[in-house]
Design a protein. Structure first.
Length: 208
């Protein structure tokens, strides 16, 4: 949970920017929109635990404008379609901040739906706090004003891993002159890591 050390600031800072100079008497509502059931639930539940912890800290310190921050939880059921439906439910419930991070596919759905909602509803904007979806396009061609990423992308992740490996394995790699085998998942995250491994400065071009 060290990545959530300053998570309380991450949750509220974008909302502060949006509401600067506006009277906001209603309490802040944060919606966790994660996979909370099924075989992929462990990651979503971990993010939910982190958000619960930080909301409790915020409220223990006095909440927002003297009001407790409200936390509402939504199970996206492990897919973009479920996420789209639950985002609509969150908006209907008055949620202003959406938090998600366990899946880039779901993150892509949320950021696009948030963008469209905000274009159609000026003055009723919501923000998306991305705490783990790594797809580079989320802060590339799919980037928008209301999406805030508080984690690295796939390329940054590979760069950090490579730097760590270089320090731990210096001298071992020189014993071998074989193509490098990178074992990873077959979905988008695995493909991004493979591309990052090949094209990082000093990366192995023979990665399989």
């Amino acid at each position: 949970m060290n990545s959530f050390r300053h998570f309380g600031h991450a949750l509220l800072f974008p909302f502060m920017c949006l509401t600067c100079g506006i009277a906001t008497a209603a309490p802040v509502k944060i919606g966790v929109l994660e996979t909370l059931s099924g075989p992929q639930a462990s990651s979503g539940q971990a993010y939910r635990t982190a958000v619960r912890y930080e909301v409790d800290r915020i409220n223990a310190a006095g909440g927002w404008n003297g009001e407790p921050v409200q936390l509402v939880e939504y199970d996206n059921q492990g897919g973009p379609a479920g996420a789209a439906d639950k985002l609509k439910a969150a908006i209907a419930d008055g949620v202003q901040i959406i938090v998600q991070g366990a899946s880039s596919a779901i993150g892509g759905q949320i950021t696009e739906d948030v963008r469209k909602h905000n274009l159609r509803n000026p003055g009723k904007e919501i923000v998306y706090i991305n705490v783990g979806a790594e797809a580079m396009e989320l802060t590339g061609e799919k980037c928008n004003f209301y999406h805030f990423r508080f984690g690295g992308n796939g390329g940054q992740d590979q760069s950090a891993r490579r730097g760590n490996e270089a320090g731990e394995c210096a001298g071992i790699a020189s014993l071998f002159d074989e193509p490098e085998l990178l074992l990873g998942p077959g979905h988008g995250k695995g493909h991004r890591r493979q591309r990052g491994r090949r094209w990082l400065p000093g990366g192995r071009k023979d990665t399989a």
